[in-house]
Design a protein. Structure first.
Length: 73
């Protein structure tokens, strides 16, 4: 259970550390629809943080399944 809490906190930190996609205040109100097709490949820190978040999400899911399996047996 401690590992589950640690992964949860690390996911929160990783998501908060990701740079904003846009700096326009109106895009938050419109949902950013104007940037739908203007996507560029993430590089550097942004790509690293996306990988970290993906790995932590997978670990979270696997740990959740393991906790369910342990509690049922």
């Amino acid at each position: 259970m401690v590992i589950f809490w640690i992964i949860s906190i690390l996911i929160i930190i990783a998501v908060l550390m990701q740079p904003a996609k846009t700096n326009d205040a109106m895009s938050s109100l419109t949902g950013g629809a104007d940037d739908l097709f203007a996507k560029s490949k993430p590089r550097g820190f942004e790509a690293f943080m996306q990988r970290v978040t993906t790995v932590l999400g997978i670990l979270f899911f696997v740990d959740a399944l393991a906790l369910v399996w342990i509690s049922s047996h």
